[in-house]
Design a protein around this ligand. Structure first.
Ligand code: IFM
Length: 440
């Protein structure tokens, strides 16, 4: 059994599910622009309609309530809230989140909004995006607008989702919007994202003193494929970049120096006081975990017999428990919330109730078992949000990979809970993860 207060939730993000891309004053985001470029998205799709959640949020919240969920993590679309460079606030955009929050509260579902899950307004990218320090100040202004409207009903504000992915995929590898490919720009972007977190954190403390401050980071535990000096060195670099680059400065440890030097980053973007702002105490660390990385410098395929999800990511639950214990012993943040965990699977078996996804169910169960073990060892984990509530737009992969515990028929927009959703609902009801042979 989990502690009585354990939260059972699901997670989504604005661009991945909302649709309604040109409604009620929403302006284009970098993802609208990126999707319009041929070759960027595997199935040439975009988030124009997605799960049409903007129009269907009431029935979606009812579905969460039917599943018995306690919490819902969603993100707020900055391009719905601030219309232009001069900071014009779009009340219609705020109205949507106002309605959503009220709907959730009326069903006793705790809202966990994230302020930035990758949909930067295009007008800010046109000024340099996250490479431009000014974007961090614009983020603080946007945060203020959200706090003014929702602050009275929200107890935890999360600033950023996975800044590593924003900076790395968006500015270094180019596999995400805005599609730039420069290590130097990636480094600058990473610092400005953290600065944005710090500036927004100040506003949250000042304007909503009752609310907790959180940030969500993604972690991919690394292991060397061999004990060769090269593999060990490469593993250490990856560990710094993927697992410590953001958490260390937040915890007051600064950027991993050796790795910064390795990438020739002279930290010239880090101005006086920045690191103090960034390291102001947080209340909650949001943890996203999907897979581990076995690091090899040799160009060999990793063993083919490892279980993988439909995007090819290895399934390795024990790394999750190890990660949670490791985070607690290194940083001791006051609380940890699992803000994403889940997997895309083939979803090709059906019965009369819908998709029979025993593979996803096993993934969630085995990862919840790791969470439980970590709690027993003293890690202060307050809840688990499965990624994702719905099948949705999986960024550069388009709609191919299905992460949802609820199937979405994109033609009819019909939602059908998969077997994993029924299992998750039963797990939430029993506040555990071992319900024997679930036949649901
Ligand atoms: O879909 C994404 C989500 O937006 C951020 N975390 C990882 C998920 C799966 O790739």
């Amino acid at each position: 059994m989990f502690p009585d207060t354990f939260l059972w939730g699901s997670a989504t993000s604005s661009y991945q599910i909302e649709g309604a891309h040109d409604v009620d004053g929403r302006v284009p985001s970098i993802w609208d622009t990126y999707c319009a470029i041929e070759g960027n998205i595997a199935d040439a799709s975009n988030g124009d309609v997605a799960c049409d959640h903007y129009n269907r949020y009431r029935e979606d919240v009812a579905l969460m309530a039917n599943l018995g969920l306690d919490a819902y993590r969603f993100s707020i679309a900055w391009p719905r809230i601030i219309s232009d460079l001069s900071g014009t606030v779009n009340e219609l955009g705020l109205d949507f989140y106002d309605r959503l929050v009220d709907e959730l509260l009326s069903r006793n579902i705790r809202p966990f909004p994230t302020l930035y899950h990758w949909d930067l307004p295009q007008y800010l990218e046109d000024e340099g995006g996250w490479v431009n320090r000014d974007t961090a100040y614009r983020f603080a202004e946007y945060t203020e607008a959200v706090l003014g409207r929702l602050g009275d009903r929200i107890d935890t504000f999360t600033t950023l989702n996975e800044p590593f992915v924003s900076a790395n995929h968006g500015y270094v590898t180019g596999e995400h919007a805005p599609g730039r490919t420069s290590m130097a720009e990636g480094m600058a972007a990473s610092h400005h994202l953290l600065l944005a977190h710090g500036l927004a954190g100040e506003r949250i403390r000042e304007l909503t003193p009752h609310a907790r401050l959180a940030i969500t980071l993604n972690f991919t535990p690394v292991e060397p494929a061999s004990d060769s000096a090269k593999d060990l060195a490469e593993t250490a670099l990856k560990d710094d970049l993927e697992n410590r680059w953001y958490a260390d400065p937040i915890a007051g440890l600064g950027y991993p120096t050796k790795t910064a030097e390795h990438y020739n980053w002279d930290q010239s973007e880090v101005l006086d006081d920045d690191l103090d702002l960034i390291s102001q105490p947080i209340d909650v660390l949001g943890v996203n975990y999907y897979t581990r990385n076995v690091v090899s410098t040799r160009n060999v395929l990793r063993p083919a017999d490892l279980p993988r999800n439909s995007m090819g990511w290895e399934i390795h639950a024990p790394s999750f428990g190890g990660l949670l214990r490791g985070l607690h012993s290194r940083y001791s943040f006051p609380a940890i919330l699992i803000t994403e965990n889940g997997c895309p699977m083939p979803d090709n078996i059906r019965d009369e109730q819908g998709i029979v996804d025993d593979d996803r169910l096993d993934y969630v169960r085995s990862h919840l078992a790791e969470v439980h073990g970590a709690i027993e060892d003293g890690v202060p984990i307050e809840g688990y949000m499965v990624w994702s509530l719905f099948d949705n737009f999986e960024w550069a992969w388009g709609y191919g990979p299905t992460f949802g515990i609820v199937e979405v028929n994109y033609r009819t927009q019909e939602r059908t809970p998969k077997k994993s959703a029924r299992w998750f609902s039963a797990a939430a009801a029993s506040n555990g993860f071992d319900m024997g042979d679930f036949d649901g």
